[in-house]
Write a protein that binds this ligand. Sequence first.
Ligand code: TRP
Ligand code: SF4
Length: 330
Amino acid sequence: MTNCRTVLSGMRPTGPLHIGHLFGALTNWRQLPDRGYRCFYMIADWHALSTEYASPAAIRNNVEEVALDFLAAGLDPGKATIFVQSDVPEHAELHLIFSMLTPVPWLERNPVYKEQVEALQDKDLHTYGFLGYPVLQAADILIYKADCVPIGVDQLPHLELTREIARRFNYFYGPLFPEPEALLTETPKIPGTDNRKMSKSYDNCIYLKDEPEVIHRKITNMFTDPRRIYRADPGHPETCPAFAYHQLFNPSETETIAVSCRAAEIGCTQCKKRLAEKTTSFLAGLRQKRKELENDRELLRKILRAGAETARAVAAETLKQAKKACGMAG
Ligand code: TRP
Ligand code: SF4
């Protein structure tokens, strides 16, 4: 395909993935190969190390968890290159080259950096590596000369830095890198079961690997419209997290549910029971696929090895060009 564009995206292996990742990213990622994009999907274990360096024991296991979730969610290794960042050491070498030309103030004023250092008070993130997180991310993207990066809005400052680094490299050494653009996913906001942001640290997630009983329990206990105290009170579906889930897992019934909720015809218990049924059946295929792969770790590793091999061939070529451009070719 002549105007086939290259996509790279990644996730940090900090735990199993939840339905926010599914609707916020994976569903979109899955469709991109069929829309003509050459796709690289990466498990960013070095990026995980930048925050988990003091206790990295869980990272290896989480790499496999995320790989299982990727494949269960329908990413097809026959159509997209799925790999682990540290299996492609070329990223680190390009990161080193980029670190030479990236001004420190660009990194210090990055709003994501400032926020994270504040938010994760239990960790000492005043490290060289964490400050350079976006430099490594730039290397991840540019080593495949990716021109499209499917990300959420929270990652936009990082992508802007990637563009600035590409521009600066090209300015010094000649045009080599594209200035990648964001492929913003129109994500419906998926609240956690307690109506806060869905996050592992709040213990309010529905994981892709959750068994049906677990999903039933989580949904039974989930928050609903806080203004609906008694069964006879009319509900406000637009502020109810259970209703947000109906829109995703049970789209054909959402209208009816909204109407009967507002009229207090349906009770929250019944409404959530229906939601739990719909959610478990929606995720059944995914869970089944995940189980099969869980029992065939050798296949999983084979897929990741093959992904790394494909990725390395492309990455090595770009690295060669980059080294030549900046006078570092042997
Ligand atoms: N920083 C991203 C996140 O936290 C993960 C990531 C690492 C990434 N490298 C990337 C995303 C390259 C897109 C492109 O979600
Ligand atoms: Fe939410 Fe359903 Fe209860 Fe309405 S009936 S408040 S949509 S759980």
